[in-house]
Design a protein around this ligand. Structure first.
Ligand SMILES: NC(=O)c1ccc[n+]([C@@H]2O[C@H](COP(=O)([O-])OP(=O)(O)OC[C@H]3O[C@@H](n4cnc5c(N)ncnc54)[C@H](O)[C@@H]3O)[C@@H](O)[C@H]2O)c1
Length: 312
């Protein structure tokens, strides 16, 4: 990418606010245009970039370096296709990249016509959360703790009152949160396959189990997600059964600690100044725009995560 990255933002709903906040603080970024058939235009650093109701129309008038897709999940595959074929831009699509395996196959086939693997990235933002980063460092720097043997993760979002609107934007609890849980787990273990999947409460909740490998051994991750709550709450625990070490992560508070029996081994907190989503997307954009994007954003990681995610 050139020195100034000209960005086109497609979809200006809830998560677009975080993209805009992080993009606005980057001196190397200019917002070239926005697209949304219903919302927008937006203020960006005191100005109002041109706004369009469709991506095709925007691409007739602009040559962006980066197209960010922050639209409902079931629109991603079509918009990615349009962005890859009608521009030369890098494309950052919100997670999950696709809502079914047929769409993944369709995108994979684009690799014959475009530099898919060099241009398409998925915003697996949970993998960049500070407490996840901390836990990954703890695991890497303490080989004596042995393999991770069991992971338990619960992601709750207060979407029950948003009803059909949540379903239209996010699909189901597993579609929305499962991909965050899986992409986060790739920081700790090597995911090998879906063991079981139960969609509950008409898709508003889920209970899934996933097999993984850690330091040569096999383990199981138990993943709960649900929209049946009035508050957002997300946490995970990692048990390292050989040594008895346990890691507890509170993703809502962005904190964590490691224990062994009655002893506190390590703890992680933050200064309370950074909004949680900004704390995810700031390092995500730093990585994407560094010229050497973290592999967790790349198509290969997306294929691995999607194959497990959409098997459920
Ligand atoms: N809300 C979050 O906290 C969050 C966090 C991370 C990722 N995401 C992901 O981001 C995506 C969007 O989520 P959201 O919460 O912002 O949803 P949203 O419903 O608030 O916003 C989506 C926006 O996209 C627009 N849109 C729909 N079709 C479009 C099209 N073809 N072209 C341009 N714009 C179009 C809608 O009018 C709407 O303004 C989803 O895939 C979701 O999984 C959301």
């Amino acid at each position: 990418m050139s020195n100034e990255v000209r960005v086109g933002l497609v979809g200006v709903g809830i998560i677009a606010r975080t993209h805009l906040a992080v993009l606005a603080e980057r001196a190397d970024v200019a917002l070239e245009f926005t697209v949304d058939p219903k919302a927008g235009p937006v203020d960006f650093r005191g100005g109002t970039p041109p706004h369009y109701t469709g991506l095709a129309e925007a691409l007739d008038a602009h040559r962006p370096d980066l197209i960010v897709l922050a639209t409902p999940t079931d629109t991603h595959a079509d918009l990615v296709t349009l962005a890859l074929l009608r521009s030369t831009a890098t494309v950052l699509a919100e997670k999950p990249l696709v809502h079914d395996l047929a769409s993944l196959d369709r995108l994979r086939a684009l690799g014959e016509q475009t530099d898919l693997r060099g241009r398409l990235f998925t915003a697996h933002h949970f993998a960049f959360s500070p407490e996840v980063d901390w836990a990954a460092e703890q695991l890497a720097s303490h080989p004596a703790w042995g393999p991770v043997t069991t992971i338990t993760s619960a992601f709750h979002d207060p979407y029950v009152q948003r009803g059909e609107q949540a379903r239209a934007s996010y699909g189901s609890s597993w579609t929305d949160s499962g991909v965050n849980q899986l992409s986060m787990l790739t920081r700790f273990v090597e995911l090998t396959g879906l063991l079981s999947a139960q969609q509950l409460d008409g898709g508003m909740s889920a209970w899934c189990t996933v097999a993984f490998r850690s330091r040569g051994e096999t383990g199981t991750a138990r993943l709960r997600s649900s929209w049946l709550t009035g508050a957002s709450s997300k946490e995970s625990s990692l048990a390292l059964g050989r040594s008895g070490v346990e890691l507890f992560l509170d993703h809502t508070a962005m904190t964590g600690f490691a224990v062994h029996e009655g002893e506190l081994l390590a703890a992680f907190g933050n200064d309370g100044r950074t909004d949680r989503k900004v704390a995810h997307y700031r390092p995500l954009y730093a990585s994407l725009l560094s010229g050497r994007p973290d592999p967790v954003l790349g198509f290969e990681a997306t294929e691995r995560v999607t194959t497990i995610h959409r098997a459920g």
